[in-house]
Design a protein around this ligand. Structure first.
Ligand code: GDP
Length: 365
């Protein structure tokens, strides 16, 4: 699973990327050159259940779920043509969901590409880039279909044409394709087109360190919410600079820093959780003396496929899954007691794995 961070230059993308991936990539105050390298990193998905299970099982190894993250540095206003666009869009196409960073922080030392802090305006500008790029794709494809039809070889393309017309109508209204409810069949028809505005999106408002919870911030959020109304995107405020600093402190110091700020947990944890939800992902857990581990799957995955996440042999030789919900396990205290209580149960191949299921697969190869 891959997340891509987009936003105008100097909005705080790299700061957020550093915070998410606990890296320390430099964040220059002058916007980088378009086409500069994209940073790629891995986000460990924070999970209190894994922490707790590790305390109980004291395993040799603890492994959190992870998500790949790309800092797409070249996405800027006015890129909707030419080579820059091709470079940036190919990165956007490659990710499963977008985190769009919008700048609210004021700092004369950090140049804004338009010289003025305008969160709703900036957000709208970048959303339009995605929409225009998709519109171009749709129109090019529609023209080609029309030509084929003229030549009498395009009869089979009628249903694709119908879906594309739906897409065009929406894009013409400057709405993203993620708003469109398409059936699986319709999706397949346009699946080869690399749409950008169809990606699920989380909007992160990057506010100044002393502006968290301020009236100005509330006003900006309300403006952004107005813009995003009906566009299927969620707005989350945070200070990328604080998050970056937090991510680089040793755990005890980070806790003290959080307490000083009066915050319970880093906003980063929420960003990661929201992104996970946005992608329709859940975790199932395995726990034993060797390893306590979270595994990422899509919601609605049957047990036999979940087994395949661990090893193809387990999928192939799947017999049964011993399953218990995390909360039931904690309530029972241990597996023996859970068995007595009947909360530890056996499930077959088609059982749909739930978030937080602790699973032991029985298999035979
Ligand atoms: P990018 O160009 O979108 O990747 O933005 P960066 O993360 O590189 O940030 C650009 C500059 O803004 C850097 O100098 C950051 O330190 C600074 N910056 C990021 N977030 C904040 C913030 O909340 N407050 C202030 N004052 N500066 C910030």
């Amino acid at each position: 699973m891959k997340l891509g961070i987009i936003g105008l230059p100097n909005s705080g993308k790299t700061s957020l990327f550093d915070a998410l991936t606990r890296q320390q990539i430099e964040t220059p105050a002058y916007p980088g050159q378009i086409g500069e390298e994209t940073h790629v990193g891995v986000i460990k998905v924070p999970d209190g259940r894994i922490d707790r299970l590790s305390e109980i099982f004291r395993p040799k190894k603890t492994t959190y779920a992870d998500v790949t993250c790309m800092d797409i540095t070249g996405a800027a206003r006015g890129i909707s043509s030419g080579r820059q666009k091709a470079a940036v869009m190919s990165e956007v196409w490659d990710v499963d969901a977008l985190i769009h960073v919008v700048r609210a922080f004021e700092d004369p030392a950090v140049v804004h590409p338009d010289g003025e802090i305008d969160p709703a305006g900036d957000a709208a500008a970048l959303e339009l880039e995605l929409i225009f790029s998709d519109l171009e794709l749709v129109e090019t494809r529609l023209e080609r279909i029309a030509n084929d039809m003229k030549k009498g070889v395009g009869k089979h393309l009628e249903s694709e044409q119908a879906v594309l017309e739906k897409c065009r109508a929406l894009l013409d209204e400057e709405k993203p394709l993620r708003n469109l409810q398409l059936s699986d069949e319709e999706k397949a028809l346009v699946g080869s087109l690399q749409f950008a505005s169809i990606k699920p999106e989380l909007v992160v408002l990057n506010v100044g360190e002393d502006e968290i919870g301020s009236d100005r911030t509330a006003e900006i959020i309300s403006g952004l919410n107005d813009f995003y109304q009906g566009k299927e995107a969620q707005v989350l405020p945070l200070s990328a600079r604080i998050e970056m600093e937090l991510s680089q402190l040793p755990p005890e110091e980070a806790e003290m820093f959080l307490a000083d700020l009066g915050i319970g947990e880093p906003a980063m944890n929420r960003v990661i959780r929201e992104a996970y939800t946005l992608l329709g992902l859940i975790s199932f857990l395995t726990a034993g003396a060797d390893e306590v581990r979270a595994w990422t799957i899509r919601r609605g995955t049957p047990a036999v496929k979940a087994a395949g996440k661990i090893h193809s042999d387990i999928e192939r030789g799947f017999i049964r899954a011993e399953v218990i919900a995390y909360d039931d396990f904690i309530a029972a205290g241990d597996m023996a007691r859970a068995k007595e209580l009947g909360t530890l149960r056996l499930e077959g191949k088609d059982y749909l794995v739930q978030d937080g299921d602790i699973i032991n697969f029985r298999f035979n190869v």
